[in-house]
Design a protein around this ligand. Structure first.
Ligand code: MN
Ligand code: MN
Length: 467
């Protein structure tokens, strides 16, 4: 090695592709882990389904509903499910909880289309559902692909009907149609953001008329009749439903080398899975380890299942109560002494669209977990910028555990930006840094991650809970 090469090795921040020189054992571990990850994605496409799956996994690993426990002691494992859509889990540490807790927070909701409250109508011999989009998405991407309907209809007596149609290979699927190119001259002149407009996102759901010459809206009647026979519902029951339109694709390995995962909803189910499985690996930690699976992140974290609600504080207060240590102001003190990884996906550099990235500060697929010191837009607006001291603490943890990582920002300075739940916990006084898996085609019906990074996130979260 020349003197300069040696000096370079010593002085440069040498970023490298994680797959390079990877031994077969680790590679197999990564692939096995991602097979389970893809199964998790196939079992849960909505926040309710993810919470149900996560609860199942937690119970299998010895976690108990906190409501059923009167006193807590070190080593105990508990969870709390909030309205079937968000969840908190904790493993009690042996250190005094006053010294703080270690939190990892992800979100289970993903961009999608929701049904409007009055969704069903008939037009020119077809029946449709009207939709309203949820989260930041490119509307044109949701046409001409197979779609499934997931969710619940709650009748006024409280009876809840769960819907999941379009996933089984014997199920029908649904499609939002687009215009043929032959007649799309005018449409093609629209701006891309209006290529498909909100009111054009109409889900095609049927075309056979009810067989009675005396009624009008025969196709609509036929659909309602099918729904009534199958689910016992009438049109008015849609008023109290939450039906979500999601891609009917399954999660798949991607590339000739199978190095990537293509799937719907990896933002942010990849961090849900990696942090949840990390917590499942924790026994008797020093510091109390807490996993947050939140909801409504994609629309601003508001509402009683979003991170802005008081439900999380109530959960931590319950831990303090049941540990028998609570007293006025202790909750705030615990928060101020706590550390958090805000586990959310990062924008991966896409060579085809490299013009939005600043290459020195972009996250690359295959280089390990991506940390964002700050997010926000237009001058770090709305961001909780992590302290250098805390970034150093996390760096030290990653390097001590030989975990590949990269620290990046979301695209070029003047181009846009984004946010996560980081600021909400930082506002409570915690040290927080964003940290997650780089994604290509984020918020599209089919998102891409590198298996290497997924596994590196799992290792990071496990190491953090062991601090
Ligand atoms: Mn996200
Ligand atoms: Mn998102």
């Amino acid at each position: 090695m020349s003197e300069g090469t040696e000096l370079q090795k010593k002085l440069f921040n040498n970023k490298k592709n994680g797959w390079e020189n990877l031994d077969d054992i680790t590679k197999n571990e990564i692939f096995d882990y991602c097979n389970s990850y893809m199964e998790f994605l196939n079992n849960g496409k909505t926040e309710r389904e993810i919470i149900k799956e996560s609860k199942k996994i937690a119970q299998l690993n010895g976690f108990t509903d906190i409501k059923n426990i009167e006193y807590l002691k070190p080593g105990d494992k508990v969870y709390y499910v909030n309205r079937e859509k968000s969840m908190y889990l904790a493993v009690i540490g042996y250190d005094n909880i006053e010294n703080g807790i270690n939190v990892i927070g992800s979100h289970a909701d993903s961009p999608r289309l929701d049904l409007k409250p009055n969704p069903l109508y008939e037009d020119d011999g077809f029946a449709f559902f009207k939709t309203q989009y949820y989260g930041g998405l490119k509307k044109y991407q949701w046409t001409a692909i197979p779609l499934a309907i997931h969710g619940v209809i709650v009748k006024k007596d409280g009876e809840k009907i769960e819907i999941n149609i379009g996933e089984d290979k014997n199920d029908p699927i649904f499609v939002i149609t687009d215009l043929l190119p032959h007649l799309a001259q005018e449409q093609m002149q629209r701006k891309l953001s209006e290529g498909i407009k909100g009111e054009e996102l109409n889900l095609l759901i049927g075309s056979i008329p009810y067989n009675d010459k005396d009624v009008n809206e025969k196709v609509k009647l036929n659909i309602l009749n099918i729904l009534n026979q199958k689910y016992g519902i009438t049109e008015v029951d849609f008023l109290s439903s939450e039906l979500e339109i999601v891609p009917a694709f399954r999660a798949r390995s991607m590339g000739f080398d199978s190095s990537m995962v293509a799937a719907y909803g990896q933002d942010d189910k990849v961090c849900v899975y990696t942090s949840l499985t990390a917590l499942m690996n924790i026994q008797n930690p020093k510091t109390t380890a807490v996993c947050i699976i939140s909801d409504k992140e994609e629309i601003g974290s508001m509402g009683n299942t979003g991170m802005e609600s008081q439900v999380f504080d109530t959960f931590i207060s319950e831990l303090l109560n049941k540990l028998g240590v609570n007293r006025p102001n202790l909750l705030n003190k615990v928060f101020c002494n706590s550390k958090m990884l805000s586990a959310d996906v990062d924008a991966g550099l896409d060579p085809t669209f490299a013009f939005v990235a600043e290459k020195n500060n972009a996250a690359y697929l295959g280089r390990g977990i991506g940390l964002n010191k700050y997010t926000g837009g237009r001058g770090k607006g709305g961001s909780s910028d992590a302290n250098a001291e805390f970034v150093a603490y996390i760096r030290n943890m990653l390097e001590a555990n030989n975990i590949p990582y990269q620290i990046s920002e979301l695209g070029k300075v003047d181009l846009g930006g984004g946010g996560t739940i980081a600021y909400i916990l930082a506002n409570k006084g915690m040290d927080v840094i964003d940290c997650g898996v780089p994604v290509l085609s984020m918020h599209a019906p089919y998102e891409v991650t590198s298996k290497f990074d997924v596994y590196s996130a799992f290792l990071t979260y496990k190491a953090f809970f062991r601090m």
